[in-house]
Design a protein around this ligand. Sequence first.
Ligand SMILES: Nc1ncnc2c1ncn2[C@@H]1O[C@H](COP(=O)(O)OP(=O)(O)OP(=O)(O)O)[C@@H](O)[C@H]1O
Length: 201
Amino acid sequence: MGQRVAVVGPNGSGKSTFLKLLAGELVPTEGEARRSHKLRIGLYSQHFCDSLPKDRSAVQYLLEKHPHLQSKPGEARAMLGKFGLPKENHLTLIDKLSGGQKARVVLASIALGEPHVLLLDEPTNNLDMQSIDALADALDEFAGGVVIISHDSRLITRLCADENRSEVWVVQDGMVRPYGGSFAEYRDDLLEDIRKEMAMD
Ligand SMILES: Nc1ncnc2c1ncn2[C@@H]1O[C@H](COP(=O)(O)OP(=O)(O)OP(=O)(O)O)[C@@H](O)[C@H]1O
């Protein structure tokens, strides 16, 4: 089963930038990024929800994005269903969908690309509790690697429940460093730092 990595760090420290470098969306200004040509990476971020075509339905969008499904639209619909987009919204113009529904279209599209590694940048924004649980279920089933940035500690705790295949990477001061402990330990450390700071004030 794939590794799970929680990318953490202060606001604006460069977590999203790091994910974009991993995905090849950005090229490094110094040094180099190397990845296998055979590696399929699925990147999720709010940006993809905002740039969905407004004048297409979810099914049209998926069929255009994944031409091998042209003859089997049922597979695209099944994936939309799996990510919780109600049937009656499959043929609605994307422009009419809510933020959470657009997120489900993007997640379904990423899953149809059968990635080896998933890079998720704040995937729970716009999702209600039920959809977050559906996402967590889908991630449980996913055998590839997952690298996630999320302020939803419940999702990270669930995703990184198996400590043998989970890591925490801290982005700070232009560097990415392994934390060397579990996510729960990282969170306790942060809380302890906050307590100390408050005691000093
Ligand atoms: N190592 C770096 N080199 C150059 N620019 C960087 C680097 N790290 C971050 N930046 C710049 O800093 C800004 C904030 O970075 P980014 O959005 O990646 O941070 P973040 O940790 O994801 O923030 P947030 O937690 O607020 O979402 C961006 O404009 C980005 O281009």
